[in-house]
Design a protein around this ligand. Structure first.
Ligand SMILES: [Zn+2]
Length: 335
């Protein structure tokens, strides 16, 4: 990150969320090609074992800076990008060094530990945000434990504080990268009983991602409300519900990168990283364009249409019309 920020100092600035429970810095990069832009925030690797998310986020940074594709260039410049590649830094290091499939943070849970029970460690940070926190309960030693109260975890509390430092009304898109559901999930996660008031809009943007991500490798993402399409039922205290419901960020989506259906869904081979990342970039370009169409951000201009001239002109058939005969209206003309 330091190298990128130094080499591209005109457009890249570093930011810090704060420190994790174990004292690691939580850092990100902001990419801005011009002043006055609205912004997108991309949170990644909140779940420690979902390594593909930080690999893909890093790849997105490089593409936004160096891609020569005119569509990517316009998208990169049309909005400011806050990218946080590894949010759950403690959990990530633990998953690298000790337990590959670790999911939570690494705070020992003094609130849960009794002489009889073994020591439990870690909170599912994506259950600790201050929106409908605790409406669905999980026991401390489980993988989905949401903490002792909303924002009880230093990582989550500091992310919330950081979001507050971004000038009000600037942040229009919040994306949380996950694996491995191959899905774009919209609010709400905490209930199936009601839809957010902007349900249609959120679905439209999710669909735009899915359609844009498809053509290159024909990967089909599914999309829909989180509580309905992930087969895990309802879950609460998520960053995306919070971003939409508390921070009033109009477009808030979780993107579950591929991996499902594999024998080891969280352990994608290295050679999958580029494919997944470029596909994600395609999806994001389509998604940002759709958000522009909705008017939340500047409209991303279409690349100029290339006029394709046929090599050989076809000779036009001259129809011989008899006098008094009317021309038939073509079928595709709507009346
Ligand atoms: Zn996840």
């Amino acid at each position: 990150m330091d190298v990128i920020a130094e080499k591209c100092s005109k457009v890249v600035t570093k930011f810090e969320i704060g420190r994790s429970h174990e004292g690691r810095l939580i850092r990100g990069l902001k990419i801005s090609f011009k002043t006055g832009n609205k912004a997108i925030f991309i949170e990644s690797n909140i779940h420690a074992r979902e390594w593909i998310t930080s690999s893909a986020a890093t790849c997105i940074v490089m593409e936004l800076l160096f891609s020569k594709d005119p569509d990517v260039r316009r998208t990169a410049a049309g909005i400011d990008w806050y990218i946080l590649p590894i949010f759950n830094v403690d959990g990530f290091v633990f998953s690298q060094e000790k337990e590959r499939l670790w999911r939570k943070s690494r705070r020992p849970l003094e609130e849960a530990n009794t002489p009889e029970s073994p020591e439990c460690i870690g909170v599912d940070l994506n259950r600790n945000f201050n929106h409908q926190w605790g409406v669905i309960k999980s026991e401390p030693c489980t993988d989905e434990y949401g903490g002792s109260e909303a924002e009880s975890e230093p990582e989550v509390k500091q992310l919330a504080q950081f979001i507050d430092t971004i000038p009000e009304g600037t942040l229009k898109i919040y994306i949380a990268l996950h694996a491995a559901g191959q899905a774009v999930i919209t609010p709400w996660a905490y209930t199936k009983e009601e839809q957010p008031k902007d349900h249609e809009q959120l679905m439209e943007v999710a669909k735009a991602f899915v359609e844009a991500a498809y053509p290159r490798f024909r990967t089909k993402y599914i999309y829909g409300p989180a509580a309905e399409i992930l087969n895990v039922g309802e879950f609460c205290g998520t960053s995306t519900d919070w971003a939409y419901g508390v921070k009033n960020i109009p477009i808030s989506l979780g993107i579950e990168l591929p991996g499902k259906g594999r024998y080891k869904p969280f352990e994608l081979p290295t050679e999958s990283i580029l494919r997944v990342s470029i596909e994600l970039l395609d999806g994001l370009v389509g998604m940002v364009k759709a958000v522009g169409e909705l008017g939340f951000i500047e409209k991303i201009p279409e690349p100029p249409k290339k006029e394709i001239k046929p090599k050989y002109e076809r000779s036009k058939k001259v129809s011989k019309k008899k006098e008094g005969e009317t021309e038939e209206t073509p079928k595709w003309v709507t009346k």
